[in-house]
Design a protein around this ligand. Structure first.
Ligand SMILES: NC(=O)c1ccc[n+]([C@@H]2O[C@H](COP(=O)([O-])OP(=O)(O)OC[C@H]3O[C@@H](n4cnc5c(N)ncnc54)[C@H](OP(=O)(O)O)[C@@H]3O)[C@@H](O)[C@H]2O)c1
Length: 343
């Protein structure tokens, strides 16, 4: 079929904006979907392209306009964004204006000193490469992936600001920064008139670090949004591991989620949270997503998915009534910080 000047094999769902909620990123003008899709795991050359394509297109049909990538994602590195680039060229090109594409640089992707860190050289080289992978002239958000204390923060900030000035990114972000580091780079970027749009930390019922460290407060004060990753603790906050490790699950096949995380203590806590969710007529995954989104500092919950079923199921989290104070207390009791975390 044709859509404007483009040939495409995909016609996006006409009702794609009806069910999704959109939330403002900090004090910017940009809205992000309450749920965003990341391509960290199960995207790349190890998995069937058609399945990955189907998941990306289904997400867009559900109103998930924001897709998160990084130069590292694969395997091998860069493969996830090359997959996204293929889907963009074949199916989503007519919809580029409706997409918020993010990429990141700075986590090591090779032995060269220019394939890591926060230097101008590393960041801008990586961004150029990512634009080629994705087949797009610009990304919407360019993140520094991880703070690099060996590089002056001024250099990192000016590289992010220049990426925006050069039109290669519309907004700047950081990830895995402490509140102090985030505040410092927000100040530097403010001076450069390229405000920090978003910060990407890990946050879930089992990882309360953004609350404990004060990052939520810093985000509110400095006016950046939080795009929180692993809100399902990589699947631990779903019912999938209550009876063991199912075939094909991440705890079976990923270096990032050890089967050792699925121990008796974890199972007891997850079972109690699951019972609480069932009492609300929802699943543990849906409760866990609602829990991170209860905070106004959180712009979007950044999920992964290995099937379209998971996407459909997780988007339904947005349909349930808010968690009550009593339910939040029970979640605090059973959702103990640190459960199942390996770092
Ligand atoms: N900035 C950073 O340093 C950083 C670090 C990590 C992640 N991220 C970003 O955050 C994104 C999401 O991270 P994540 O994948 O760890 O998030 P997550 O949402 O906590 O975990 C997603 C995984 O949980 C399982 N799952 C999802 N929905 C399910 C359901 N309803 N029932 C049962 N299982 C379900 C799937 O794993 P199975 O394979 O087991 O089906 C899925 O891949 C990444 O793709 C990446 O974009 C960023």
């Amino acid at each position: 079929m044709t859509h404007g000047a483009f040939e495409t094999t995909h016609a996006a769902a006409r009702d794609r904006y009806d069910r999704m909620a959109y939330r403002r990123a900090g004090r910017s003008g940009l809205d992000l979907p309450a749920l965003s899709l990341g391509l960290w795991q199960k995207f790349g050359t190890d998995y069937a392209y058609e399945t990955q394509r189907e998941i990306i297109l289904h997400a867009f049909d559900l109103g998930i306009t924001h897709f998160d990538n990084a130069d590292r994602y694969g395997p091998p590195h860069r493969a996830a964004q090359q997959v996204f680039g293929r889907v963009l060229a074949r199916d989503l090109a007519p919809y580029r204006d409706e997409l918020v594409l993010s990429t990141k640089a700075g986590n090591p992707i090779g032995p060269s000193p220019y394939l890591r860190g926060g230097s101008r050289k590393s960041l801008l080289n990586s961004l150029d490469h990512s634009l080629r992978d994705l087949g797009t002239d610009y990304v919407d958000v360019f993140y520094h992936h991880r703070a690099d204390p060996s590089t002056p923060l001024e250099e990192t900030a000016s590289a992010l600001a220049d990426a925006v000035r050069q039109g290669k990114a519309l907004y700047a972000g950081v990830s895995n920064y402490t509140p102090e580091q985030a505040h410092a780079i927000a100040e530097l970027l403010r001076v450069q008139r390229v405000p920090l749009l978003v910060h990407q930390p890990r946050y879930s019922v089992f990882d309360r670090t953004p609350e404990l460290s004060g990052l939520l407060d810093t985000a509110a004060a400095d006016g950046f949004g939080l795009v929180v990753y692993s809100p399902l603790a990589q699947g631990l906050l779903t019912d999938k591991y209550l009876q063991g490790i199912p075939a094909g699950a991440r705890a079976e096949n990923s270096a990032f989620l050890s089967p050792d995380a699925i121990d008796a203590v974890y199972r007891e806590r997850a079972a109690a949270l699951n019972a609480l969710a069932q009492g609300r007529g929802q699943s543990l995954a849906q409760l866990a997503l609602q829990w991170v989104l209860r905070r106004p500092e959180v712009t979007s919950a950044l999920i992964g998915a290995s099937s379209t079923w998971q996407l459909d199921h997780n988007v339904k989290a947005l349909d349930f009534p808010p968690l009550t104070d009593d339910e939040l207390k029970l979640i605090d009791e059973h959702g103990v910080h640190g459960t199942g975390l390996n770092r």
